[in-house]
Design a protein around this ligand. Structure first.
Ligand SMILES: [Zn+2]
Length: 156
């Protein structure tokens, strides 16, 4: 596990190995998307909605990433780079782009959902301008920070 920010004042991104998950990676965003505090102010004064990001967990299945590397002729480092670039898109609240059977020239985003196609096509890092624009658009609405409890006051 790598903790990028262990200071409770800042967003924590924890990365774990977990070879039991079904996918190469699984990114879990901890924010407020429902529940009793949803759309109330927290004690830090923010509106508790989906844009307030408290924590992120990234789980990696090293066995599946290694299999992808072997299947696509990539090194393990290249395959991991491709998977991590994709997962950090999710950290920035960018969604997957469903696989379309596109040829390599038409894949313009690291968020393409087929990891082996990304690796086979040499798409190992974010691709500008598609990925940078998507991240800028999504992240401009995200407010990372510490977890602050529910104040009981509705958002204004
Ligand atoms: Zn994804």
């Amino acid at each position: 596990m790598v903790t990028f920010a262990n200071n409770p004042q800042y967003l924590g991104i924890d990365i774990y190995d977990d070879n039991t998950i079904q996918d190469r990676a699984n990114t879990l965003l901890f924010n407020q998307s429902s529940g009793g505090c949803y759309l109330q102010q927290d004690t830090c004064g923010r509106c508790m909605d989906i844009t307030v990001m408290y924590k992120v967990d990234i789980k990696l299945n090293a066995n599946l990433i290694f299999s992808d590397a072997v299947a696509t002729g990539r090194t393990l480092a290249e395959a991991t780079q491709s998977v991590m670039s994709h997962e950090f898109g999710h950290v920035l609240s960018v969604d997957d782009v469903p696989p379309s059977g596109a040829i390599c020239d038409y894949i313009q985003t690291i968020m393409y959902q087929d990891s082996q196609t990304l690796m086979r096509c040499g798409k190992l890092t974010p691709i500008t301008p598609c990925d940078s624009n998507a991240a800028n658009d999504a992240y401009s609405n995200v407010h990372p920070g510490p977890y602050c409890g529910c104040s009981g006051v509705a958002c204004t």
